[in-house]
Design a protein around this ligand. Structure first.
Ligand SMILES: [Zn+2]
Length: 212
């Protein structure tokens, strides 16, 4: 990984794109197996997926000084942000289809140009404008089939960002880059499309097709 892709340098690019971030625990030791969560708890319930120390959603910041301090102290820390009610939402897709195939399918359906994160095996995250609660009914927030699931994460969910590392050594990466959070697509049409792709078995079909 080049220096410009170090977690600290990467973290410093997020405020300019509208994201407040904070430092999260990471798999350690960096190169060897077995890996443990850097919090030191061998039974950590969410290894490499929780903020450092007592930090919480309210500590996520766009202040470059604070970000520099965190990553100077912890150069390999993961980078995390939080969903909220008005600006940042995330649709999480779990499906065994290759993420490249998912993207091709979405492009074929002209499904927006919103940012997409590859988040480890079977998991793809779509950054969206949050679903607004309706006074008369609660909009759908998830759909699951036998093969996969799509969920709109609740407000204040922690979300790892590239180049965070998972416990299996994989790194998160952008499949479609984030320009700015002010230009995120609406959640509802994308959720409807992903639901339809799961419901109709299209994702499953493409997976079978590509495996031949
Ligand atoms: Zn931990």
């Amino acid at each position: 990984m080049s220096d410009s892709q170090s977690p600290g340098n990467y973290a410093l690019t997020y405020p300019g794109r509208g994201l407040a971030v904070l430092a999260a625990h990471w798999p350690t030791p960096p190169a060897d197996l077995p890996q443990f969560c850097s919090c030191g708890n061998l039974d950590c319930p969410s290894p490499a997926r929780h903020p450092i120390g007592t930090l919480n959603a309210a500590d996520a910041t766009r202040d470059p000084g604070q970000l520099a301090r965190w990553w100077l102290a912890h150069p390999t820390a993961n980078v995390a942000t939080f969903t909220d009610e008005s600006h940042i939402g995330v649709l999480e897709l779990y499906h065994p289809a290759k993420p490249e195939h998912v993207m091709r399918l979405l492009n074929a359906h002209r499904a927006g140009q919103g940012p997409v994160i590859y988040a480890g095996q079977g998991r793809v995250l779509f950054l969206v404008k949050p679903i607004q609660p309706q006074p008369d009914h609660e909009p759908a927030r998830s759909y699951s089939s036998d093969d996969g699931e799509v969920t709109c994460l609740a407000s204040e969910s922690m979300v790892l960002l590239p180049p965070s590392r998972l416990m299996d050594g994989e790194r998160l990466r952008w499949m479609r880059r984030l320009n700015h959070t002010t230009r995120l697509p609406d959640a509802a049409p994308l959720l409807a499309l992903l639901t339809e792709l799961l419901e109709s078995g299209t994702l499953e079909d493409i997976q079978a097709l590509m495996a031949m």
